[in-house]
Design a protein around this ligand. Sequence first.
Ligand code: ZN
Ligand code: ZN
Ligand code: ZN
Length: 334
Amino acid sequence: MPALRHDPISNRWIIVARERAARPQPRIISAADTSALDCPFCGGHESRTPPESFSLRSSETSANENGWRVRVMGNKYPALGPMATTAPRFVDGRPAMGAHEVVVESPHHVASAGALGVAQWHDIVLAYRQRLEYWSRQQGMRYALLFKNVGAAAGASQQHIHSQLAVLPVVPPAVEAELDGAHTYYKEHARCVFCDLVKREMEEEVRLVAQTERFVAFCPYAGRFPFETWLMPRHHAPYFERLPNSDTEQLATILREVLCRVEACIQPVAYNCVFHTSPFDTHDLSHYHWHIEITPRMTTVAGFELGSGLFINPLPPEDAAAILRASSIPPQIT
Ligand SMILES: [Zn+2]
Ligand SMILES: [Zn+2]
Ligand SMILES: [Zn+2]
């Protein structure tokens, strides 16, 4: 069973999961990859995956058969175990109670964001929201980290377009650090730092990548990686799972656009995309604002970065934003 271990010096939590060693090894994404026959995520291969926990599918079809548009199931190689109500506690470790789900984002064997149209991205956004909303109601779970690994260099072990959801009994340190920073800023300025960031980026324009009436995407001023891009609501919104119905289509449109622009600028395509939202056990936070961080993996995290926690970004975010804005995005598919 996977276990959480705490390092009291750095205050980091580590997940030890022997189960993960058996998973398929990452492969480089290429157009010539013809592994659809072997792919467990393709429509028609439902029996090769754990049973689904959620799907958007045509009403004539039943769970765990073909006919779905987006399908969510437990990860076959989980980093987190099933939930238990009586978890033995240790001083520095505890079983990794939680859940690890996979969101398969198309029944077709495609790898790139642009291969899917806005209508499909809309279903994907609805599935994301449904899963977070579901897990926010489960006892003992404090956080759900939604993330996407694309390309072997970013840790993807399946080429077929998908995301993952790690449901955790702890708040991840990266989010805890953001919450602390945002809280400190709020105490000083009585404003949400993300709301201020949106305002500044909209005014300065140089780092903007895309925008809609409700959302904006930009290369952050202090981005760690070339082409790093953040996407967030333009108005204060602490919880992704409370995304209003009126905003889902705009989010689908801009998320697709931003991922397409990023994919057009990096070769081979390799990036991670993480959703940061407020912990489930908080209430109407005034200082934290959900957002998506897209981090291309063109540079290697080496000794300096690991040892210092500092990142060297060779591409100024202003230049990255200009290149991203100029990149072409695949036409809409209906
Ligand atoms: Zn497939
Ligand atoms: Zn805000
Ligand atoms: Zn963040």
